[in-house]
Design a protein around this ligand. Structure first.
Ligand code: FES
Length: 106
């Protein structure tokens, strides 16, 4: 795993999502009150950018049709066998946000 610096922790407030490019992959970087997570920026329903969704109670709610995904695992709890969003590793080091360049679930 290699890591890409995507900015300072001060660049993004809690409760927000933003799109970052990580080695050519669009990633939705999510900051909740609990910390940082990331998902590939592609809703498995119809392809919306998850970074344009709304963070609510540990889920990112897709802006297009309202499906929601666990910010940590990408799991969708709405119905049995719902497709999941793909999680991406994130860590914070010395005030910098680092995103893994390999997805956890390819
Ligand atoms: S594209 Fe995300 S819910 Fe439809």
């Amino acid at each position: 795993m290699t890591w890409q610096d995507v900015g300072s922790v001060d660049d993004q407030q809690p409760g927000t999502a933003r799109r970052v490019d990580v080695s050519g992959t669009a990633v939705a970087l999510l900051r909740t009150e609990a910390g940082w997570t990331a998902l590939v920026d592609h809703c498995p329903h119809a392809g919306a950018p998850l970074s344009e969704g709304v963070l609510r109670d540990g889920f990112i709610v897709c802006a297009w049709h309202g499906w929601k995904f666990d910010v940590a695992t990408g799991a969708c709890p709405l119905f049995k066998n719902a497709p999941s969003a793909r999680p991406v590793e994130v860590r914070v080091e010395a005030g910098r946000v680092l995103v893994g360049t390999a997805c956890r679930a390819d």
